[in-house]
Design a protein around this ligand. Sequence first.
Ligand code: PLP
Length: 376
Amino acid sequence: MYWSNALCSVRSEVLLLSGSLRHKPNDTGNKCTPYCFLFIREYLPMGGSVKMVEETLKLAYGENSELIKEKRIAAVQALSGTGACRLFADFQKRFCPDSQIYIPVPTWANHHNIWRDAQFPQKTYHYYHPESKGLDFAAMIDDIKNAPNGSFFLLHACAHNPTGVDPSEEQWREISHHIKAKGHFAFFDMAYQGFASGDPEKDAKAIRIFLEDGHHIGIAQSYAKNMGLYGQRVGCLSVLCEDEKEAVAVKSQLQQLARPMYSNPPVHGALIVSTILSDPDLKEQWLKEVKVMADRIIGMRTALRGNLEKLGSPLSWQHITNQIGMFCYSGLTPEQVDRLTNEFHIYMTRNGRISMAGVTTGNVEYLANAIHEVTK
Ligand code: PLP
């Protein structure tokens, strides 16, 4: 009873919109403007926008990737990064039910929910080293070596959430080597391409290393952060296959999984992405804006650390500038975080993760003072 009235009013509004706007012509010819996006109400195919997927693969696999030319990649538009991970988890459950996925400790909390709800067994591997506030590389490699052959490993391609700790290029090469030696399958979650270094090409380095080494990988891509398309739910799931024939079969199965869940993905975000990425001027502008965003965050890291040192904090804050991407895993305890919230109205997750995107030239001194107060 409670829901039926509310649902009825939402439904009639939707019908009204689709009835009146659906068939308005695109009067700007082939080039879609933000204005004409308002009038597009058609379904996309089950696999989503072909153009958007094509452009998205170039970002991850490389502009001139032979793998793309050889059509070895099965790829579908997904409901942003979360949807890409979930679709892959369902794919694993259907086709590799006896395997398991290894997830880093810590990780984006939703990873655990995704693989739990897909009922695919999950285990963990060492990643963060609390004392050094960096990577626990030796323990990570041991976990890779000790996992049953042919396991799945979930890797954050760049700007690890929540720690901001990424392996170095050399470490990625070693990780790739050990994953290959054990016949594991690497699944990259790339929710922040461009947000680490400011250059999407550099941020794809880990993936490129795995490709050079001949892995078959999977990738979840998202435009939530690097295009600010959070609510549009636009992303991509891709799986690199042995050959075109296998890729056709895998794509078909991914679509089979998508069909009973959501039939087809939303259209507007995909149009925004494909319009920007297929137009060289718009793409160049986007790349510049991504760099501005990433550089601003890097600048705020330097300012936060500098302010803490200026205040005479005896603690080491080097990890603030060593870490990268949107998050700083500050090392603050839950009790210290509670004091920041209650006494200074500064909000962060209780594991001490600061969203650096919220730090500005206007509040960085205040933040540093407050952190200094609660860590004295
Ligand atoms: N993966 C990681 C590591 C994330 O941090 C996030 C978002 O916070 C996502 C995936 C998914 O984001 P979205 O579904 O909005 O693309």
